[in-house]
Design a protein around this ligand. Structure first.
Ligand code: UN1
Length: 512
């Protein structure tokens, strides 16, 4: 009896798991299937952050229908008015930054400071991009006939499907959502299934900010919901951040349906450390670039290309520092490296460690195991790992690992280093540590990436500069900056003939 009572009390003491909903047409609704999925804390898998609707094609249909219905009113709302609501939104995100940060760390694992940076990036993006409501510049240009005026304006593209990843749970949705809205589009968001709360917080903030019903819609769920969105005939544009494989499938589908598609995919970023570099500064940058967000950034510094003259010293210093990194629950302010997102990710990363050791035959300088001491066994932790003596062409040097693993590669000349950095299929971010202005400018010219840093790591892009990469990283688009407007608006060329007669461009002779 006593036992049964105890068990009952234990059950009662366990807080009920919070339920969250889809946001469709301004209503918070469950999935039409009635199914749910759990949002699990990767640092402690017994902690269920919330229960979210597992959406299907019918939910996507409803969300698209609501976005389609809201489209004309929103597109006709003057852009400065749209922007006013977005400024409200920025303030709401700012006021809730602490809560959003805590919730993000709990669902995604990244340490509190970095989760705070992620929310801050959403705030920065919202303020900066809302400013476009009073710009959205087009241009005028002379017409070739007399008494004729020519100009170009931006118009919205229409209904946008936004598919976002787990690693920047609020920043990346904001990179897509805010420019889509300021340009006058309505949207359906399918957020990463591992981090649904942060996107939901952003959407709730949109509701509070007064963005009209139907303009922003959110469906939670997995790849099948994403596929339904990509395949929906009323969706005009897909903006996707995630793996290169999924991106390729999306691009193929969008090509068949003649949809606009903007893709932000993998990276295999490298830092060059010259023999004239400030080594301690380069080690600091390498640690931050390789192990920040547990290496789960498209911009992570997963290769360190180090001059032979300083190679030994650099590796020794790096390894010493890696040994001191505190791996743990991101909610503990002392933690420096949090968990990875889920078990499959951990297994994939450990699989690459195996490849590095057994197939590539590189030297495992430090790390290489699951970290599972004490409480860590309740989550998905990988030791910060460094391979040295890595050569160009090895699999760990070529393939995206998306975890806390970096490779040190020796080189002799700057040209050789540049060839190594450029010798992968991706082209997102690169960096060089040097004190020599000639080296710095030569590297800036020759590194074929979308982002390049001098004397800092490959991570840390700011919202007012374009973000994106060359080659297999993307499909030629850039997010952030004003360049993102080219994704979410289309050019309309306007000709006004006030001559009062028929004038034929290219044909009529103009009298001089
Ligand atoms: C990503 O790596 O997926 O530049 C996004 C950075 C961040 C954004 C990274 N501001 O590292």
């Amino acid at each position: 009896m006593a036992k049964a009572k105890q068990a009952k009390e234990k059950k009662a003491a366990k807080p009920a798991v919070a339920k969250y909903y889809n946001y469709i047409g301004g209503e918070w609704v469950k999935s039409s299937s009635g199914e749910w999925f759990d949002n699990v804390n990767p640092a402690n898998t017994s902690d269920i952050v919330g229960r979210f609707p597992k959406s299907n094609a019918a939910d996507v249909d409803a969300a698209v229908a609501s976005a389609a219905e809201a489209a004309d009113r929103w597109r006709r709302t003057p852009a400065p008015k749209r922007a006013e609501l977005l400024f409200n939104l920025a303030e709401i995100i700012r006021d809730n930054k602490d809560r959003y940060t805590q919730e993000m760390t709990r669902e995604m694992g990244k340490v509190l400071k970095e989760a705070g940076g992620d929310v801050q990036e959403a705030i920065d993006c919202t303020y900066y991009t809302a400013g476009e409501g009073r710009r959205l510049h087009g241009f005028t240009t002379p017409a070739e006939m007399p008494n004729k005026f020519a100009m170009c304006v931006r118009q919205p593209v229409g209904l946008c499907g936004l598919i976002t990843p787990f690693n920047f749970p609020m920043a990346i949705p904001s990179w897509k959502l805010i420019p889509a809205l300021v340009c006058g589009n309505t949207v359906v968001i399918k957020s990463g299934e591992d981090v649904p709360l942060s996107a939901l917080n952003l959407v709730k903030a949109c509701e509070k900010a007064g963005i009209p019903k139907g303009v922003v819609n959110l469906v939670n769920g997995f790849g099948d919901a994403g596929a339904a969105l990509v395949g929906h005939e009323d969706v005009r544009l897909i903006s996707f951040t995630g793996s290169t494989n999924t991106g390729r499938i999306i691009a193929e589908q969008c090509a068949r349906d003649n949809k606009i598609v903007s893709l932000e995919m993998g990276g295999k970023n490298a830092i060059i450390v010259m023999d004239d570099a400030d080594i301690d500064n380069a080690v600091d940058g390498s640690l931050w670039g390789a192990f920040g967000t547990s290496g789960q950034r498209c911009t992570a510094s997963s290769r360190l290309v180090v001059h032979k003259k300083i190679y030994k010293k650099f590796v020794a210093k790096l390894v010493e520092r890696v040994k001191t990194l505190r791996v743990g629950n991101g909610l503990d302010p002392k933690t420096e490296v949090g968990p990875v997102i889920h078990e499959d990710a951990m297994q994939k990363i450990l699989g690459y460690v195996h490849i590095g050791k057994e197939i590539d035959r590189a030297t495992l300088a430090v790390g290489g195991n699951r970290a599972a001491k004490g409480d860590l066994k309740n989550g998905w932790f990988v030791e910060p790992t460094v391979f040295s003596d890595v050569a160009p062409g090895m699999r760990i040097e070529q393939e995206e690992i998306f975890g806390p693993v970096t490779s040190v590669i020796p080189f002799s000349t700057l040209d050789e280093a540049i060839k190594i950095v450029n010798g992968v299929k991706y082209g997102l971010s690169s960096a060089i540590y040097t004190q020599d202005v000639n080296n710095a400018f030569y590297a800036m010219q020759e590194l074929y990436t979308g982002i390049c840093y001098v004397n800092s790591a490959t991570i840390g892009a700011e919202v007012h500069l374009p973000f994106g990469g060359t080659k297999a990283t993307g499909n030629g688009h850039r997010e952030a900056g004003t360049q993102v407007l080219d994704i979410f608006s289309e050019w309309k060329a306007l000709y006004v003939d006030y001559s009062g007669k028929l004038q034929k461009a290219q044909i009529d002779e103009v009298e001089i």
